[in-house]
Design a protein around this ligand. Structure first.
Ligand code: HEM
Ligand code: HEM
Length: 167
């Protein structure tokens, strides 16, 4: 996408603001500026955030892939919602990422930080592909975007097992 039309694209600016918002949420949670460690039921607020964020991605990504093939006419609407749904999930995951400030080395699952990098790269490669940023590399963004999905699921299983102390 050309520079001027990119800057006039409201979806692009929405994506930029949502990315900045995610960074702010991660910092605010890390600094415990709200009671992130409070319990809702048996689970702490920042862990709920991880469960909700990862749950949204894990459910909506295959759903998107399925619906776009099954109902080709809804492709455009699905495509727009794919970005917003995943950016919303990124906000939740960022709130969970703030748990990093609390985790001691002996309980570190060893996979959470890596998973946050994977989700960040998924979001960035998706945005680069969607808005044709560096168009000469479009096929690379596409390849990375799709292959990172595999990493997301593998690390997620590992992370949850680690959090439950099963591995
Ligand atoms: C995209 C998804 C996720 C990301 C990026 C993520 C990231 C992180 C990070 C950075 C940490 C701190 C360092 C570490 O222990 O590895 C962590 C810890 C933790 N995560 Fe996640 N997480 C995700 C999903 C989940 C889910 C779905 C659960 C629910 C089972 C979960 C449960 C936990 C728990 C319980 C800890 C704390 C470990 C402890 O204190 O013993 N996470 N996560
Ligand atoms: C954690 C977040 C995300 C995951 C796991 C994810 C996953 C996927 C998957 C599996 C596909 C292929 C669907 C199919 O054709 O069957 C896809 C396509 C796509 N996604 Fe995402 N996505 C994420 C976030 C985003 C974001 C934030 C954007 C930004 C706009 C985006 C943009 C795209 C684009 C442009 C395509 C079409 C790629 C192509 O076929 O050329 N994605 N995504």
């Amino acid at each position: 996408m050309e520079g001027s039309s990119l800057f006039r694209n409201r979806h692009f600016w929405a994506a930029v603001w949502l990315l900045l918002f995610a960074v702010a949420i991660a910092v605010v949670t890390y600094q415990r500026l709200y009671p992130a460690e409070a319990f809702i039921g048996r689970i702490q607020v920042f862990h709920w955030m991880g469960i909700i964020g990862a749950g949204i991605i894990a459910v909506f990504v295959p759903l998107y892939a399925f619906l776009k093939r099954r109902y080709p006419k809804t492709r455009k609407a699905l495509f727009i919602s794919h970005m917003y749904v995943n950016l919303l999930a990124f906000e939740f995951v960022s709130a969970h990422f703030g748990v990093l400030g609390e985790v001691k080395p002996q309980v570190d699952t060893g996979t959470g930080f890596l998973q946050y990098i994977v989700v960040s790269l998924l979001v960035l490669t998706g945005i680069f592909r969607r808005f044709q940023i560096a168009p000469a590399q479009t096929q690379i963004w596409r390849f990375l975007h799709l292959s990172l999905v595999v990493s997301f699921y593998i690390i997620l299983v590992n992370h949850i097992l680690g959090a439950l102390r099963l591995v």
